[in-house]
Design a protein. Structure first.
Ligand SMILES: Nc1ncnc2c1ncn2[C@@H]1O[C@H](COP(=O)(O)OP(=O)(O)OP(=O)(O)O)[C@@H](O)[C@H]1O
Ligand SMILES: [Mg+2]
Lengths: 311, 236
């Protein structure tokens, strides 16, 4: 209860935003496509927030975030299909379990790799991401319904506005609470100066592992919501390019900024999808010219992200 | 005897940084370790604090073996270090830096007491509690690093080159604070310095470290007049 009382400043506007969205969707003021990418943007925000905890707050550079997003997506889809889950109520335990599974996998691979220095950690997480991609590509060998390289089809559509919105808001609040707790402070210390953190008695390996596992948990939840929004999964949705998307959002929004991640997630989805609408079909690939140009410009003018001015 | 280090050897890959080092720290004393660049002074402190693992030797503190313990456990036993180059958290405020130093202390009233004491010892910090630590002057940063370590209520304080990069005047100020803390709080200290003159002036006993080996030890007054030390470390 204390949690909700302290968060009232966030909850009230959030409910307002929800009501506005509900009205817009209810009266069909926008197309189903816009509705879908709106929900997708919440998922992107949630998943990017996970990476922001890992990289932005704790300084652990990960190139494999999409793998945990994928693990959450596949596990949730597998569970809801094999258990015949169709309602939101039945889906909530599945959602939670998928997040926990992704967090647990993060914890298991985090133990050996989080000892590594920045650049080696990048390579190790990249390797892990590639490994997951290969496993997903061959997943039909373990179980036919996972679909392998043909993709995982026929997932029930459960993610709706209420679920995507309130799960995201709730987890943003939880994350905010952790960030303002002593653990959040320790994470920032580890990022600032690992040796100094050790000198004052912070268990740095435990803090890194905690941040990494929690960030992967958020990615797993994001993945589960994604699977039940699009009802179709393909291994290519969870490869290195996707990881880089999340990385870009964290950097654009500003390392260690929750509000920044929210804006950047919205802008990113809006930008990519907006260009899809604005550009004629045969020029769609030009997106991959605009986006890098935008990033180069950003790094030159706002190296600390859109929200924060300085370091 | 507060701490006893015996036959300590440390390797970095193929490089031997410490070779069969034996050092004793007595209760309540300031002990200095002097040596040139790369002699292994910081390595000695990093090994005591558990950041570097030795290949041989023992370290006992208050009668318990602490070799191989994790750094955070060693801090909780009462050994705090003021690292080389100070290593304060630049983005955090002075107050936050101090509070972090005491995060492992559960006793709230003790924590408060330490905090008040430290601000009384370093009035310059008290005037700058809200300031970002990165904007402090070098001397103030050194005071903050010392204050942060003292917040951990150490029985043994390790100081790695507190004079580094400071003007002679500020160095003198820092050293007199070191002496004050030792006398008033009775905290034992290992003072690692390249500035042999200051270190010998402010310690009861001293060890000379050369290429990872202890070559000389004794009361600081004797070390100070040793012809070899005068030639190599004190200049003329
Ligand atoms: N992480 C490391 N990896 C490899 N070699 C190292 C490492 N740290 C220190 N060394 C080497 O170990 C030796 C001792 O280094 P140390 O930092 O302990 O010296 P120091 O006496 O503190 O010197 P200074 O006065 O310059 O601080 C040096 O030869 C150094 O190059
Ligand atoms: Mg040194």
């Amino acid at each position: 209860m204390k949690f909700f009382w302290e968060a009232r400043k966030v909850i009230l506007p959030a409910v307002l935003v929800y009501l506005v969205l509900k009205a817009i969707f209810g009266f069909h003021l926008v197309s189903g496509y816009i509705e879908q990418i709106t929900l997708f943007s919440f998922i992107v925000i949630l998943t990017s927030l996970g990476l922001n905890v890992i990289y932005g707050y704790t300084g652990q550079f990960s190139l494999g975030h999409a793998a945990f997003y994928g693990i959450g997506a596949y596990i949730s889809a597998y569970l809801s299909k094999s258990l015949g889950v169709e309602s939101i109520l039945g889906f909530i335990p599945v959602l939670f379990l998928s997040g926990v599974s992704a967090g647990l996998v993060g914890c298991l691979i985090g133990v050996p790799i989080l000892k590594l220095r920045d650049d080696f950690l990048a390579i190790a997480t990249l390797g892990f991401g590639t490994l997951v991609r290969v496993i997903l590509d061959n997943s039909d060998r373990f179980s036919e319904i996972l679909g392998g390289s043909r993709g995982f089809v026929g997932i029930p559509r459960i993610t709706n506005l209420e679920l995507a919105f309130f799960v995201t808001v709730f987890l943003i609040l939880v994350t905010r609470n952790i960030i303002f707790s002593r653990y959040g402070l320790f994470w920032r210390c580890v990022k600032n100066d690992e040796l100094a953190s050790q000198a004052i008695g912070i268990n740095t390996s435990r803090m890194k592992l905690m941040a990494f596992s929690y960030g992967c948990f958020l990615a797993g939840i994001g993945g589960a919501l994604y699977a039940h929004l699009y009802t179709f999964l393909h291994p290519s949705n969870f490869d290195i390019l996707k990881s880089i998307d999340f990385l870009i959002i964290v950097i654009v929004g500003g390392m260690g900024s929750i509000v920044g991640t929210i804006y950047a997630g919205l802008i990113w989805v809006g930008f990519i999808e907006g260009l899809r609408i604005a550009l004629p079909a045969d020029m769609l690939d030009l997106r991959w010219v605009f986006i890098p140009l935008f990033l180069i410009g950003l790094m030159m003018w706002r190296p600390y992200g859109l929200i924060r001015k300085g370091g | 005897m507060l701490m006893k280090i015996e036959g300590l050897s440390v390797n970095y890959g193929a490089i031997r940084a410490l070779d069969d080092v034996t050092v004793e720290v007595r209760q309540g004393e300031v002990l200095s370790v002097i040596g040139a660049n790369g002699a292994g002074k910081s390595t000695l402190l990093r090994t005591i604090t558990g950041i570097v693992k030795p290949v041989a030797g023992t370290i006992t503190f208050n009668g318990t073996n602490i070799k191989g313990l994790r750094p955070d456990k060693i801090v909780r036993l009462g050994i705090m270090v003021v690292p080389e180059g100070r290593r304060i958290f630049p983005d955090l405020s002075v107050k936050e830096n101090l509070e972090l130093g005491g995060h492992a202390i559960d006793d709230r009233s003790l924590k408060k007491e330490l905090y008040t004491l430290i601000l009384a010892t370093f009035p310059r910090l008290k005037e700058r509690l809200k300031q970002h630590a990165g904007t402090l002057s070098g001397g103030e940063q050194q005071m903050l690093a010392m204050g942060r370590a003292l917040m951990g209520n150490p029985k043994l304080l390790l100081l790695d080159e507190p004079s580094m990069g400071l003007s002679p005047i500020v160095t003198r100020e820092i050293f007199s604070l070191i002496g004050l803390i030792n006398k008033e709080k009775g905290i034992s200290m290992i003072l690692v310095e390249q500035n042999a003159h200051m270190a010998l002036e402010h310690s009861e006993r001293a060890y000379v470290l050369e290429n990872g080996r202890i070559t000389l030890w004794g009361p600081s007054a004797e070390i100070k007049s040793n012809p070899g030390v005068v030639e190599a470390y004190l200049g003329v």
